[in-house]
Design a binder for this molecule. Structure first.
Ligand code: BES
Ligand code: MN
Ligand code: MN
Length: 462
């Protein structure tokens, strides 16, 4: 292990230069204007996998963006780790809120990253974290210390729902056969409080359209006499939470698996300062479901949120208009046992039912996702915990996350294996927001920790 760690130490600058290079390519999967850049990023990842020592490196074409695959099979009798990551990123908008351009990475110190952080779209989610795996692999190959087989599957559509990766996994099930999936696309609690993600929420995402009169009207001539879709949509959305902050869709909580009092007590022991949380977000108070702490509200409880809303006149100045239509994008985060398709159905039925007679409504489902939980009594969790303890000098805490990585549940279904969510970001790294960043400490700590995971996993699987 010393040779690997020495190799990492002496290649820090090279690793960072390469990360900067990949962050410079705007691989925005949601926007077809960037299709060429998405492909360029896939090719970059493939070439780095190849030069690190992977075999059978190939871009697999899909209906959408390509999947990068590569493997190193040393001995069929040894365990196989399937590394998953995504090279696509979220759109960087609103651009004016970035302190430096999203695809011109810069390194700056911050309060939580005194050794510097790299600022760019995708720095943490997930290019920076995905790249740690390539460099850890390179370091093990270069020092002849790869202890098992490894397969890489890096996709370009995670931020748009991973539909094509799901098809790919089923089609290439044999090629992808593995003992465990390893990914870094989540967070730790703090740089001195390591943690391993043991749960992800599911997702039901949809768009609604409310239509009133057949055209935009003068809000003076018609106002007060005709249902205003913007007013109505606000009413309808407001009615979807009761006074205790519970989602008011009938049946919404029916399948929610209750978390034991003991487990809740345990999870609330994680270091967390509500004051710091409020200060960081510049809010006077938090808001959420009554009877649950902030940590619980963002991990073990389902939610409903408007992600965007529009209709009528939103340009400069004033235009007196009673809009014909109003729209909203709504996400519901789901927890174990809730089913995305069932929740989408319940929402649709309820939304249609509460629409007053003056309007008509449409509901268009977008992507969904199944929640996932990972047990802590498996060789893979234990190996991850030992690896983190080795590099952080502290036992990591298990923690359920509020985010979603829908493909993780599919891995379990198709490959029959669990995933290890060995993330190294911080929740405050502004993923999906302006000024996304990733600590250099986190980047290097990830590269150092991954080879230990391989080592301990192989030892525990013997
Ligand atoms: N890496 C995130 C998910 C995440 C972030 C998990 C932080 C835990 C902590 C992933 O790229 C993501 O953004 N997922 C989307 C869902 C997807 C279907 C667009 C999400 O959670 O909104
Ligand atoms: Mn991600
Ligand atoms: Mn993301």
């Amino acid at each position: 292990m010393k040779a690997v760690q020495d190799y990492i130490k002496s290649n820090k600058k090279k690793f960072l230069d390469e990360l900067i290079e990949v962050l410079e390519i705007p691989s925005i999967s949601a926007d077809s204007k960037y299709n060429k850049d998405v492909r360029k990023t896939a090719k970059f990842v493939a070439s780095k996998l190849k030069s690190a020592g992977a075999k059978k490196v190939k871009l697999y074409e899909t209906e959408g963006h390509p999947i990068v695959y590569g493997e190193k099979v040393v001995d069929k009798s040894l365990p196989t780790i399937l590394v998953y990551g995504h090279y696509d990123v979220q759109p960087p908008d609103p651009l004016e809120l970035w302190d430096s351009p999203p695809f011109k990475p810069v390194i700056k110190k911050t309060k939580l990253h005194p050794k510097g952080a790299i600022f760019a779209r995708g720095a943490c989610d997930d290019k920076g974290q995905m790249y740690m795996h390539l460099k850890a692999f390179e370091s093990m190959i270069a020092t002849d210390s790869l202890p098992c087989n490894v397969k890489f599957m890096i996709e370009g559509e995670e931020e748009v729902g991973s539909d094509n990766l799901g098809i790919f996994c089923k089609e290439y099930k044999k090629m992808l056969a593995c003992d465990v999936v390893l990914l870094s696309d989540t967070s730790i609690i703090a740089n001195n409080v390591p943690s391993i993600t043991t749960g992800l929420r599911g997702l039901s995402y949809l768009e609604v359209e409310v239509t009133g009169p057949n055209r935009d009207l003068h809000s003076g001539v018609y106002g007060g006499a005709v249902a205003n879709p913007c007013n109505i949509l606000c009413d309808m959305i407001a009615s979807m939470h009761d006074k205790n902050g519970k989602v008011a869709i009938p049946g919404f909580y029916k399948d929610v698996k209750t978390v034991s009092a003991k487990e809740r007590k345990e999870m609330n022991k994680a270091p967390f300062s509500l004051n710091q949380y409020k200060k960081d977000l510049k809010i006077k108070d938090v808001k959420g479901e009554k009877g649950y702490t902030t940590l619980e509200r963002t991990s073990i409880r389902p939610t409903l949120d408007v992600n965007g809303m529009w209709g009528g006149y939103t340009g400069e100045g004033a235009k007196t208009v009673l809009p014909s239509k109003a729209f909203a994008k709504i996400s519901m985060r789901l927890v174990p046992n809730q089913d995305s398709a069932t929740i989408t159905k319940l929402f649709t039925k309820h939304f249609k039912k509460i629409a007053p007679p003056g309007v008509t409504v449409k509901v268009k489902p977008h992507h969904g996702g199944t929640p996932a939980v990972t047990p802590t009594n498996t060789p893979e969790y234990k190996a991850a915990a030992l690896a983190m303890e080795k590099t952080f000098g502290k036992k990591p805490l298990p923690q359920r996350s509020g985010g979603s990585i829908p493909i993780v549940a599919l891995f379990e279904k198709v490959f029959g294996v669990k995933s290890v969510l060995l993330g190294f970001g911080l929740d405050s790294d502004d993923i999906h927001s302006p000024n996304e960043h990733f600590g250099l400490f986190n980047f290097y700590r990830g590269i150092e920790t991954i080879p230990y995971f391989y080592k301990y996993y192989c030892e525990l699987k013997k």
